[in-house]
Ligand binder design. Structure first.
Ligand code: SAM
Length: 255
């Protein structure tokens, strides 16, 4: 039986791109589904809160990951597209989504596409990988440059300092294609950031057992910091509590 171990430490958005490599993309899919994350329900809630006034013909999902929300959105919009920092996550999204859905590697703080969209989403707390309020405002300004007149931006925040529960532990065992992965995590507060240590034990017939860890550091922006960043980027934000596993959702239109 083989036994290898490895550690990845991720700090900020640049680190997040390296974090979501090929192995992580597959485990991401399997563990979040096994843990009951309901991407279709989340996307339904997002559309309800975005409303219909914007027209809903085109949608861009920023930090789209493996494309689970985009798969749902593709059934409700004439045109959908996605960008993400991780090519490995996008590779899974390409397998999931219909041919012709544009998917590209891009940084949410600085991407430049040659068109606008009526709805721009950024879900599952991907903005938490941004380190500073300046970076958050830069990302929102970038969203604004790609928003069609009358369009709506929907951003799922990471936990606020006031709602974050330090010491959270999660544990799951997931099996697929003959492979078994156990995942345990422990999350602590580290100043203005949360730090989640994740340990994986992966066992596969013929391949043996591997142990590896990830460290996810995410900024605990306050609700006021999000709202100020939206305003600095030229938006009028509105916060909707309760949805997205309790983290809530910001929707915003041009001020
Ligand atoms: C928690 S996953 C969420 C993925 C997807 N939105 C979902 O709900 O399944 C975070 C994603 O953010 C991406 N990401 C992190 N920093 C980014 C950045 N600066 N620009 C674009 N994508 C980024 C990662 O590559 C990863 O796919």
């Amino acid at each position: 039986m083989g036994d290898t171990s490895g550690t990845k430490d991720t700090t900020g958005a640049a680190g997040a791109g390296g974090m979501y490599g090929a192995d992580a993309a597959e485990i991401y899919e399997q563990t979040h589904r096994a843990r009951g994350k309901d991407f279709a329900q989340e996307a339904t809630d997002v559309l309800r809160l975005v409303g219909e006034d914007c027209g809903r013909r085109s949608l861009l999902d920023v930090a789209c990951g493996t494309g689970n929300h985009l798969e749902f959105f593709a059934g409700h919009f004439e045109q959908v597209a996605g960008v993400d920092l991780s090519e490995a996550m996008l590779a899974t999204a390409r397998r999931r989504l219909p041919d012709g859905v544009p998917l590209g590697v891009a940084d949410m703080r600085s991407f430049e596409l040659d068109r606008t969209y009526q709805v721009i989403t950024c879900l599952f707390a991907s903005v938490g990988y941004l380190d500073t309020t300046d970076e958050l405002a830069a990302a929102l300004r970038c969203f604004g440059r790609h928003l069609a007149p009358g369009g709506v931006v929907a951003v799922e925040p990471w936990w606020f300092p006031a709602t974050f529960l330090p010491g959270h532990v999660a544990a799951d065992v997931v099996e697929w294609d003959g492979r078994t992965v156990s995942r345990v995590s422990h999350t602590v507060r580290d100043g203005d950031f949360s730090r989640m240590e994740v340990h994986y034990l992966s066992a596969e017939p013929g391949a043996g057992v591997r142990h590896f860890t990830e460290t996810h550091r995410a900024r605990l922006f306050t609700r006021e910091e999000y709202e100020e960043a939206f305003r600095a980027a030229g938006f009028t934000p509105r916060y909707h509590p309760g949805v997205q596993s309790g983290r809530g959702l910001f929707t915003a239109t041009a001020a």
